[in-house]
Every structure is written in C-alpha cells, then in structure tokens.
Design a protein around this ligand. Structure first.
Ligand SMILES: Nc1ncnc2c1ncn2[C@@H]1O[C@H](COP(=O)(O)OP(=O)(O)OP(=O)(O)O)[C@@H](O)[C@H]1O
Ligand SMILES: O=C(O)c1ccc[n+]([C@@H]2O[C@H](COP(=O)([O-])O)[C@@H](O)[C@H]2O)c1
Length: 210
C-alpha cells in the first residue's frame, strides 16, 4: 500500500534536511618527511578551535614545488604519518595522493574528495610559508571556491594574503621536517620533535643519516 505523505510531514522532513549538519573535515596536506609535533599541534588546535569533526592527513606523492626533494619513499612517509596519528581518533590518514601518483596538485585531491563526499565542508590547513606561496598554486582561483583555507602562523612568515584565509591562532613552533632531518644527520636528538614511535622508526630504518 502506498502511504500518502501529509504537508506537515513534508515540512518536518524539509526542516530536518535543512538543519542536517554538514560534516566539517580539516585537511593537513604535506610531504611529512618526516611528520613532527608541529604538524600535530596545528592539526589539534585547528580541529578544536574550528570545531571540526576530524582532520585528515594527506601525504603527497610528488610535492608540487620542484625545489622539494623527497629522498624517502611515499610508503615510508605514509607509515610515519600513521604512527604519528594513531593515538588520536579525530585524526585520519588518507593515501588518496599516493594512489593517484604523479604531481600532487591539491585541486585534483579536493575535486576527487568532493565527488565522493559532496556533503562535506573541507578546511585546508596551511602554515605561513604556504600562505605566501598560495598565488602560485595550480588553478588556485578554482580551488579557493571549493575549500576554505585555514592559515596558521609560522615563525618568519607574515599573516597576509590576497585570498580569504581563516587565521587560527596556534602556539608557534619552529619545528620543521628540515630540522628533524638535520638533527638525525648530525647525530643530535629528535626526542620531543617527533612522536616516540616515529623516533624509533627513523632509527630502526636508518633514515636521514646521509
Ligand atoms: N611548525 C609548523 N608550524 C606551522 N605550520 C607548519 C609547521 N610545520 C609544518 N607546517 C605546515 O604543515 C604543512 C605540511 O608541511 P611539511 O610536511 O612540508 O613540513 P615542513 O616542516 O614544512 O617540511 P620541510 O622542512 O621539509 O620543508 C605545510 O602547510 C606547512 O606550512
Ligand atoms: O596544488 C598546488 O599547486 C600546491 C602547491 C604547493 C603545495 N600544495 C600542497 O600543500 C601541502 C603542503 O605542501 P608542502 O610542500 O609544504 O608539504 C601539500 O598537500 C601540497 O600538495 C599544493
């Protein structure tokens, strides 16, 4: 038997659909060579201050800037990102760019994600160094309409952009993957710069010694 839906029922359903909360997902894209506590601090602060449902870490396959060298394989970087984030249920890891291969342009990633999850609002987190570089991003005018960019301060970089950036205040740290790689190479400590699991992995695999 076909049930007739009454006007009040339709109104209730329409209200429910309108009020349905869009899922809010932060994205932290990076080379993560290796992932460090600076990444975790900004992800956690943005997640909590913007009330996001989760933050997805997306390691790139081939970084778009030509000056970035990735001596470490994508699989090892993915493994370290998983080790870094495993204790935090609000942190997820996606291998979307590793599966796609080639140059990891953010526009391609966002379009793929939006196609799969049209109801999700994405917040792409970038440090001050990346904010400055934003005008040079691939198809930036199109990308800016698909995601909200969230900027976080990084020592030495200005919080300015011609693009609409949502700035979130985070405790600024001068931790970088460059510093971690340099310390390993020089035989200096990386304790408290990376998680203990990543520290063990780097030493066990003999990464960054050369
Ligand atoms: N300490 C930090 N404070 C704020 N943002 C950061 C910090 N470290 C990394 N980021 C941001 O995280 C994203 C991914 O960074 P990435 O994986 O390239 O690490 P990195 O430390 O910048 O690496 P490298 O030293 O090799 O250039 C970028 O948007 C970057 O600006
Ligand atoms: O799409 C672009 O043109 C583009 C240019 C520079 C950086 N990105 C993305 O920004 C993120 C941080 O980059 P990186 O090189 O600092 O690790 C990472 O997800 C990159 O793919 C993207």
């Amino acid at each position: 038997m076909v049930k007739t839906i009454t006007i009040p029922e339709i109104k209730v359903m329409a209200e429910l659909i309108t009020n349905m909360k869009h899922k809010r997902v932060g994205i932290l894209g990076g080379t993560f060579n290796p992932p460090h506590l600076g990444h975790l601090i900004i992800a956690e602060q943005v997640k909590s201050q913007l009330n996001l449902d989760e933050v997805m870490f997306i390691p790139d396959y081939q970084p778009p800037h030509i000056d970035k060298k990735t001596a470490i394989s994508a699989e090892k970087r993915l493994k370290m990102v998983k080790l870094s984030t495993m204790d935090e249920p609000g942190f997820k890891v996606s291998d979307i760019e590793l599966r796609r291969k080639g140059v990891s342009y953010t526009i391609d990633t966002i379009k793929e994600l939006k196609l799969k999850n049209p109801e999700v609002d994405y917040y792409f987190i970038i440090g001050g160094d990346m904010v400055e570089y934003l005008p040079k991003w691939h198809r930036i005018e199109e990308l800016i309409k698909l995601v909200k960019f969230v900027g976080v301060g990084r020592p030495g970089y200005r919080k300015e952009s011609k693009y609409p950036i949502m700035w979130v205040d985070v405790p600024m740290t001068d931790i970088s993957s460059t510093l971690v790689r340099r310390n390993v190479k020089q035989g200096c400590s990386i304790k408290y710069l990376v998680t203990p699991e990543v520290e063990n992995y780097i030493h066990e695999e003999g990464l960054y010694r050369e």
